[in-house]
Design a protein around this ligand. Structure first.
Ligand code: DLL
Length: 442
């Protein structure tokens, strides 16, 4: 192979990913000053909070000055429901999306025409980073509707000139027929829905490895490295992690590149900080904490220092792909995912990582919390392979014990592990619900 041939081919949409760092920082400062000015002039809550701190937009003279600004939280969105944080009149808003919270009303987000163009551009850059281009056939199984996944991926896919199949979520048998018959080369969906597709394809006698499908763009919920290994072992798909949230824009805030070593944040549009969730202090690169994002170019609804509740770290060093955009570690958990079991902090992702590393289990599980005589009980139900299930009873017990021991080593408490038959745990078409907290009911 000649030197020229060995060079990776970059899609033109990726050009901004490689901007020299000094230029990027200059652009970020200009954009920060502009968005702070806009929010101050047009969003009452923001102006009030700045006033309380004795600040005006003129106090933002460097990027570090961002730390002086107040945080925005999900509660602020709820309290100003539905349109209270908009910085544009409704006549300039061309799109609304909404994200359902765990309680009550959804939060509403707005886009001007230019915001939709920015969103399209970051989604084009995301798909291009996954190696997609004109000629690819992209099956988009993210839900279309108020959820941002469907339309976000759709505009990006069309933007790079690929053929997009707007199939949305659900109707799994039809999804498999389309994957097969339309020569689909890339699939966008939640990682748990891809697991479901893998399963169902096997039941229908469709060999995933015989399909032209080579790229998966998976996000909207946490997934682990072990899950990637599993997906890549049973299909020919290179699995890419895509991150985003409605409050900031939707999918397309950060994406993996072919190095699969963290997600590049599109920081010419979204400025990342990591803070200590307790004190709110900004943490240095490499240290884990809560991701805080500021939108530089979202006109209809600027978000200044939005506390995502997602836990990650900004990775020091540069990436082998040459992108100058900083990377964040994949998101394994949210600060509000934490379960407190008999006083011990437990994250579902810790349990998932153990389950998938032990041979004989399948990546389908659920965590059930109950309270018996005042004591919290945690049970993990996990599917096992048909071979293990039909094996001697002793083999099942041995596997449950092994899982129990390993989980205890990781989280520090003994929990109940129940092995269940393949296909008994409810499958998801979008974001999976893994944890069932029945403590209030028992
Ligand atoms: O889930 C946007 C999206 C659509 C992202 C499609 C990627 C693909 P929301 O419904 O507002 O938006 O949920 C946002 O989902 O704060 C994270 O907790 C979680 N999340 C999103 N992507 C990832 C990911 C969309 N790659 C919330 N890894 C975020 C882990 C993720 N968690």
């Amino acid at each position: 192979m000649t030197k020229a041939e060995s060079k990776p081919i970059y899609h033109p949409a990726s050009a901004p990913d490689f901007v020299p760092v000094p230029l990027l920082r200059k652009l970020q400062l200009e954009r920060l000053q502009a968005i702070v000015g806009r929010a101050y002039d047009r969003v009452e809550l923001f102006r009030k909070r700045l006033g309380e701190r004795g600040l005006t937009p003129a106090d933002i003279r460097s990027l570090d000055d961002i730390a002086k600004l107040p945080f925005t939280t999900k509660a602020d969105l709820r309290d100003t429901y539905p349109f209270g944080l908009f910085a544009s009149p409704l006549q300039d808003v061309v799109r609304l999306h909404a994200s359902s919270g765990t309680t009550g009303k959804p939060i509403v987000v707005a886009y001007t025409k230019d915001d939709v163009a920015v969103w399209t551009s970051v989604m084009m850059r995301s798909l291009a980073a996954c190696g997609l281009h004109e000629g690819d056939i992209i099956q988009n199984a993210y839900g279309y509707g108020l959820f941002t996944g469907g339309l976000g991926a759709h505009y990006g896919a069309e933007g790079i000139g690929a053929t997009v199949i707007p199939i949305s979520g659900g109707n799994t048998d039809r999804q498999i027929m389309v994957l097969k018959d339309f020569g689909v080369t890339a699939l966008c969906c939640t990682p748990t829905y891809f697991l479901h597709l893998i399963d169902r394809a096997a039941q229908l006698g469709v060999d995933m490895k015989s399909l032209p499908l080579r790229v998966g763009v998976f996000g909207a919920e946490p997934w682990t490295q072990s899950m990637r290994k599993y997906m890549e072992s049973v299909t020919n798909v290179a699995a890419y992690d895509i991150y985003g949230l409605s409050e900031i824009i939707g999918p397309g805030v950060a994406i993996e590149c072919p190095q699969h070593d963290g997600l590049h944040v599109f920081e010419d549009h979204f400025y990342p900080e990591i803070i200590d969730p307790e004190t709110g202090k900004v943490l240095p690169d490499g240290q884990e904490g809560e991701l805080v994002l500021t939108t530089f170019s979202k006109w209809a609804m600027p978000m200044i220092r939005y506390r995502t509740r997602d836990i990650t770290a900004l990775l020091p060093g540069t990436c082998g792909c040459g992108r100058t955009l900083r990377r964040m570690r994949r998101i394994g958990r949210r600060s509000d995912d934490m379960l407190i079991i008999r006083g011990v902090n437990v994250y579902p992702s810790q349990i998932e990582a153990v389950l998938l590393e032990v041979e004989g289990t399948l990546p389908h599980y659920q965590i059930i919390l109950t309270r018996e005589r005042g004591l919290d009980q945690l049970e993990v139900q996990v599917e096992v392979t048909p071979q293990v299930f039909s094996d001697r009873v002793g083999a099942l017990e041995a596997l449950a014990d092994k899982l129990g021991d390993t989980i205890e080593r990781v989280i520090g408490i003994r929990i109940k592990v129940t092995l269940v038959e393949p296909q008994t745990i409810q499958r998801s078409e979008g974001k999976a619900k893994r944890v069932f907290d029945k403590r209030g009911q028992t």
